[in-house]
Ligand binder design. Structure first.
Ligand code: MLY
Length: 265
């Protein structure tokens, strides 16, 4: 396609800078993803984080795994980096004296858990310990600045990684805003969140980077022409902002590529 998203062009168009690598809790060189679909591992239940459960790799996307907890349904898949501290080789929990738990929403009678566990592990392909990478250290202090660009997981659609901008900084936290989308997807997170990545991450890992949502033009020059009917340069298949640009509420340069919409929900 001719209109492929390109960070170099985009940074120029929006006259913005990429957040420096050292701001992120990500390794400078993304970890290799050696996992294969079908392999099993231990994972903390995202809905009940004190529980360690058995998970199966359902998909591979860049340096991430799409995981499904054994005994759970197919509506609660989640994604983890191969260097996430939320995942570990099978046997780790027991070695630490813990007990594997049924996932929240275990589909069978709770009394059938021990037998279910035996069966799910019997003959399973277990992900080798060497596939699990060490989580990078926390960056200190928070060195993000308002306006810096990054790649961020859309927490409402966590398989998506999207171009984003730091909208605000407060203590150890940053406000992640999604370029070309109204505030509905924006969120606050800690600066050491594993859900945010430096510009170029997806191209290094092979994960798919979404283009910015775009009914509102992203260029600096056209962002000034607020009264003209915004030309649709790139159409999103989904539902990005539909209305005409609203006047900026924050007195920052229009580098974010879109006017601030309603506040995040
Ligand atoms: N189907 C969803 C997808 C929105 C994705 C927004 N991200 C990329 C910020 C919707 O249209 O609401």
């Amino acid at each position: 396609k001719s209109e492929q998203f390109n960070w170099d062009d985009y940074l120029k168009e929006t006259e913005s800078v990429a957040a420096p690598l050292h701001c992120f809790r990500q390794s400078r060189i993304p970890p290799t993803n050696d996992f294969k679909v079908g392999m099993k591992l231990e994972a903390h239940d995202p809905r009940n984080v004190t529980s360690v459960c058995i998970a199966t790799v359902i998909g591979i996307t860049g340096a991430r795994l799409r995981l499904r907890l054994d005994g759970s349904d197919n509506k609660n898949d989640f994604w983890r980096l191969v260097d996430s501290s939320d995942i570990q080789p099978i046997g780790t929990c027991e070695k630490k004296g813990g007990m594997l738990q049924p996932p929240l929403g275990f589909q069978m009678n709770a009394s059938s858990w021990p037998m279910f566990l035996l069966r799910t592990l019997n003959g399973a392909e277990m992900a080798p310990a060497a596939f699990f990478k060490k989580e990078p250290p926390k960056p200190v202090p928070n060195c993000f600045k308002v306006g810096m660009k990054l790649e961020a997981i859309d927490r409402k659609n966590p398989y998506l990684i999207c171009p984003a901008t730091i909208g605000d900084v407060k203590g150890d936290e940053v406000f992640v805003t999604f370029d070309g989308w109204r505030g509905a997807f924006d969120y606050w997170c800690r600066c050491d969140s594993r859900d945010i990545f430096p510009v170029g991450w997806c191209s290094l890992t092979g994960d798919a980077l979404q283009p910015p949502g775009n009914n509102v033009s992203i260029t600096k020059s056209s962002a000034k022409i607020q009264s003209s009917p915004s030309k649709v340069t790139r159409r999103s298949m989904q539902s990005p902002q539909k209305s005409a640009p609203v006047p900026a509420q924050r007195s920052r340069k229009p580098g974010r590529g879109k006017p601030p919409g309603q506040s995040a929900v």
